[in-house]
Design a protein around this ligand. Structure first.
Ligand code: SDX
Length: 392
C-alpha cells in the first residue's frame, strides 16, 4: 500500500456491502477511485477516462479510451417518442422531475438492455445511461426556456457535446470555450462516484430486487434530489445569494448553530468527511480558473470564501468537524458558466450516473448478493386485541 495514510478497509460491523470502486477516509479527507486520488484524476484525467476506470477497474490505454468514447457517443441520441414524452411536462417542471421520469421511461424503449442476467445487455444499458444523461439534461434545460432541442454532435467531446446541446441554438454556430469544457469535465469527475452515499445505496437496493438498470438509476435520481444530498448545490448557491454580503455572514453562522432554527449551512458538513472534502478543494480552485477564463466574477464567491473562513474558525464548526463539501463551491462555477440553479442537481445526477451504474454492475455480478432487506428497531405497541368500533 503506497499510501501516506493508514488504510482502514471500512466499518466491517455496519458495512452494507463490499466494494472495490471507491475508498473514502473521512477523518483524513481521502477519496480514491480504484486507488487513484480524486485530486490527480481531476487535474490530469478526463471524465470519459474516469468512466472507463470506474466501470473496468483500470485506466484505459489510448486505443481502449478511443473505443470506449466512440461507443458512448453512439448512444447519445434519444428515441423520438421520448422527446414527445418530455414535451408532455409543464414548462416549469423541475429538471430533476423530468430526468427522473425520462430515465425511468428508458426501460419502456430499450428492451434489448433490460435483461440483467445478460452481460452484453448490462454493458449496453450502462453505456446508454452514461451517453443519454447529457442529452436528457440539455433537453430539460431547453424545454424550460422554450428553445428547440439540439441533437448531439458526436464529433465533440462528452462535455463539449453537453455544453453545445445546452447553450447552442440552431440559428448560429456554438463555439465551446476550452476553459469551460475543461471545468465542466472536471466537475463531472468530481461528482462521478462517492462510495455508499444515499443515492448509490438506493440504486443498489433497487438493483438487489432484480429491477432493470433504468428503473434503478431513476430511483437514484429521486434520492439525489433531496436538499440534504445532491440538492445541496442548488440550496448552497441560493443561501450564498440570500446572505448577499460578507457583513451578513455572522448572522447566518449564528442561525446555523441555533438548534431551534432549522437553517443549516448548505454545502457544509458531511456524513463521512470530518475533514475537508477533497473535492471542495479542487472545486474552489476551479472557480478561480473559470472566472479568469471567462473574465467574470461573482460577489457570492467572496461571500463563500469569507463564510468558509469564519466557519472554520468558529468553535461550533470545529467541535462538530464541519467543513465545506463538494456542493459548497460547485454552484458558483455552474452559475458562472450560465446554468440556472434549477439545473445544478441534474448536473450532479448526470455525472453520478457512471458511479451508480458501476456500483450496480458490481452488485449484480456478485454471486453472493441477495435482495437487500434492512431490519429495524421496533418501538411500537406490544401485541393487543382488536376493539370493535362501537366499543372504542
Ligand atoms: C452530499 O454521502 C455522500 O457521500 C454524499 C455526497 C456524495 O458525493 O454523494 O458527498 C454528496 O450529499 C454532500 C452533503 C450535501 N448536503 C449539504 O451540504 C446539506 C447541509 N449539510 C447538512 O445537512 C449535514 O451536514 C448532512 C446532512 C450532510 C450531514 O448531517 P449529519 O449526519 O447530521 O452530520 P453530522 O452527524 O456530522 O452533524 C454533526 C452535528 C449535528 O449537530 P448535533 O446533533 O451534534 O447537535 O453538526 C450539525 C448536526 O446537526 N450539522 C450542521 C450542519 N451539518 C451538520 N450544523 C449546521 N450546518 C450544517 N451544514
Amino acid at each position: 500500500q503506497t499510501s501516506a495514510f493508514t488504510y482502514d478497509p471500512g466499518f466491517t460491523s455496519t458495512a452494507s456491502c463490499q466494494s472495490k470502486i471507491t475508498y473514502i477516509d473521512g477523518d483524513q479527507g481521502v477519496l480514491l477511485h480504484r486507488g487513484y486520488p480524486i485530486s490527480q484524476l481531476a487535474e490530469q484525467s478526463s471524465f470519459m477516462e474516469v468512466c472507463y476506470l470506474l466501470l473496468n477497474g483500470e485506466l484505459p490505454k489510448q486505443d481502449e479510451l478511443a473505443t470506449f468514447s466512440r461507443t458512448i457517443s453512439r448512444h447519445t441520441m434519444l428515441h423520438e417518442q421520448l422527446m414527445t414524452f418530455l414535451r408532455g411536462f409543464r414548462r416549469d417542471a423541475h429538471p430533476m422531475a423530468i430526468m427522473c421520469g425520462i430515465v425511468g421511461a428508458l426501460s419502456a424503449f430499450y428492451h434489448d438492455s433490460t435483461d440483467i442476467t445478460d452481460p452484453q445487455q448490462r454493458m449496453i444499458a450502462s453505456h446508454r445511461l452514461i451517453a443519454k444523461m447529457p442529452t436528457i439534461a440539455a433537453m430539460a434545460f431547453k424545454y424550460s426556456v422554450g428553445q428547440p432541442f439540439l441533437y448531439p454532435d458526436n464529433s465533440l467531446s462528452y462535455s463539449a457535446n453537453f455544453l453545445r446541446m445546452t447553450f447552442g441554438v440552431p440559428a448560429e454556430p456554438y463555439e465551446v470555450d476550452p476553459a469551460v469544457e475543461k471545468a465542466m469535465d472536471r466537475i463531472f469527475i468530481l461528482h462521478a462516484d462517492h462510495e455508499q452515499n444515499a443515492s448509490t445505496s438506493t440504486v443498489r437496493l433497487a438493483g438487489s430486487s432484480g429491477a432493470n438498470p433504468f428503473a434503478c438509476i431513476a430511483a437514484g435520481i429521486a434520492c439525489l434530489w433531496g436538499p440534504a444530498h445532491g440538492g445541496a448545490n442548488e440550496a448552497a448557491l441560493n443561501m450564498l445569494r440570500e446572505i448577499g454580503t460578507p457583513d451578513r455572514i455572522p448572522h447566518y453562522i449564528e442561525r446555523a448553530k441555533d438548534k431551534d432554527d432549522p437553517f443549516r449551512l448548505m454545502g457544509f458538513g458531511h456524513r463521512v468527511y470530518k475533514n475537508y472534502d477533497p473535492r471542495a478543494t479542487v472545486m474552489q480552485k476551479t472557480v478561480r480558473e473559470v472566472f479568469n477564463a471567462l473574465k467574470v466574477t461573482d460577489p457570492v464567491f467572496e461571500v463563500a470564501l469569507q463564510l468558509e473562513e469564519m466557519a472554520l474558525n468558529d468553535d461550533y464548526f470545529i467541535e462538530k468537524k464541519l467543513f465545506p463539501n463538494v456542493d459548497f463551491y460547485s454552484g458558483v462555477i455552474l452559475s458562472a458558466i450560465g446554468f440556472p440553479t434549477s439545473m445544478f442537481t441534474a448536473l450532479f445526477a448526470l455525472a453520478r450516473t457512471v458511479g451508480w451504474i458501476a456500483q450496480w454492475n458490481e452488485m449484480i455480478t456478485d454471486p453472493d448478493q441477495k435482495i437487500g432487506r434492512p431490519r429495524q428497531l421496533y418501538t411500537g405497541p406490544t401485541q393487543r386485541d382488536y376493539v370493535p368500533i362501537d366499543r372504542r
